[in-house]
Design a binder for this molecule. Structure first.
Ligand SMILES: *[C@@H]1O[C@H](CO)[C@@H](O)[C@H](O)[C@H]1NC(C)=O
Ligand SMILES: *[C@@H]1O[C@H](CO)[C@@H](O)[C@H](O)[C@H]1NC(C)=O
Ligand SMILES: *[C@@H]1O[C@H](CO)[C@@H](O)[C@H](O)[C@H]1NC(C)=O
Ligand SMILES: *[C@@H]1O[C@H](CO)[C@@H](O)[C@H](O)[C@H]1NC(C)=O
Ligand SMILES: *[C@@H]1O[C@H](CO)[C@@H](O)[C@H](O)[C@H]1NC(C)=O
Length: 256
């Protein structure tokens, strides 16, 4: 009988040891002595990138004043799909006379900015296929679509109002692609389909392209749901299970 009691106690102790070792292993994975370098996805700070490249200050200012910088950064962080951004240089904004961006509403400005973004990472080579799939929906959604044509490696973009091309690749590493475009992409969904036959710039008074827009109400960037609950749940249920076994052991011991 003494032997059985000892056996049960040993088993219980062993179980406790195992469960605490397991909890420790799950709880502190960084203490693992494994020398393998963690393949962390490269994080791109779009604010930093657009500050040093370009000059893309006008586009960056629009991203910041509409708070859409959070939306696109969030999309860039989402490594499953990634992000493709078409960024016009400051000179593209300053040379844009008509139509002017100066009297767009805040919502129209937001749509115009998101019209320059695709919710997927595309390499330049991918645009050959995208040209067959055109029109491609932009992140502005709905009727805000872009047409691509691949002309011997040069990617042309057409919106109806704008015919331009990708003039250089600023950044292209999965999950983030940033391409420089020669012109501001103007959507028909804002400016209508009544497009002047020649894009001759009218001698309109030059109004500052950076419109004074009141702060956007509520960020549209959604917070991704955390997946961190699962491991603690597992530890929790393991503890419950081992406590149960322990309790049964104690009951057994007292009966022996
Ligand atoms: C990105 O860079 C900007 C400018 O350096 C900085 O203010 C911001 O905190 C950075 N964002 C993140 C998420 O690191
Ligand atoms: C993007 O990821 C960086 C680094 O993990 C983080 O600091 C930043 O807050 C994230 N930003 C958004 C908008 O998700
Ligand atoms: C501002 O909007 C009005 C009406 O939509 C338009 O007629 C006018 O040309 C616009 N101004 C500029 C500078 O584009
Ligand atoms: C492009 O399309 C062809 C067939 O249409 C397909 O075989 C190929 O995998 C596609 N390439 C990419 C990068 O999607
Ligand atoms: C975009 O492509 C579609 C399908 O080929 C075509 O119907 C449409 O007219 C094109 N739009 C522009 C602005 O080129």
């Amino acid at each position: 009988m003494e032997f059985t009691r000892a056996l049960v106690l040993t088993c219980s102790l062993l179980l406790l040891c195992c469960s605490s070792a397991y909890a420790q292993k799950v709880g502190a994975p960084s203490l693992s002595p494994s020398p393998a370098p963690a393949p962390t996805p490269p994080y791109v700070n779009l604010t930093d990138l657009l500050t040093v490249a370009g000059p893309f200050h006008t586009f960056l200012n629009y991203l910041i004043q509409t708070k859409l910088i959070e939306t696109v950064q969030n999309q860039a962080n989402n490594t499953d799909e990634g992000l493709t951004l078409f960024v016009p240089k400051d000179s593209a904004f300053s040379s844009l006379k008509t139509p002017s961006l100066s009297n767009l509403t805040n919502d129209q400005l937001k749509s115009l900015v998101l019209f320059h973004a695709l919710s997927h990472y595309y390499t330049l080579a991918d645009f050959k296929n995208l040209s067959q799939l055109s029109p491609i929906p932009s992140m502005a959604g709905g009727a805000y679509t872009l047409n691509f044509t691949d002309n011997m490696g040069t990617v042309h973009i057409s919106t109806g109002w704008t015919n331009t091309k990708i003039s250089s690749s600023v950044h292209s590493t999965d999950p983030v692609a940033v391409y420089q475009v020669d012109k501001v992409l103007l959507p028909e969904a804002i400016f209508g389909t009544d497009i002047p036959p020649t894009a001759a710039p009218a001698p309109a008074p030059d109004i500052s392209p950076v419109a004074d827009v009141p702060s956007a109400s509520g960020g549209s960037g959604s917070t991704p749901t955390s997946k961190d609950g699962s491991s603690s749940y597992r530890i929790g249920s393991f503890s419950v299970w081992s406590s149960l076994v322990l309790a049964i052991s104690v009951v057994l011991v007292s009966f022996l």
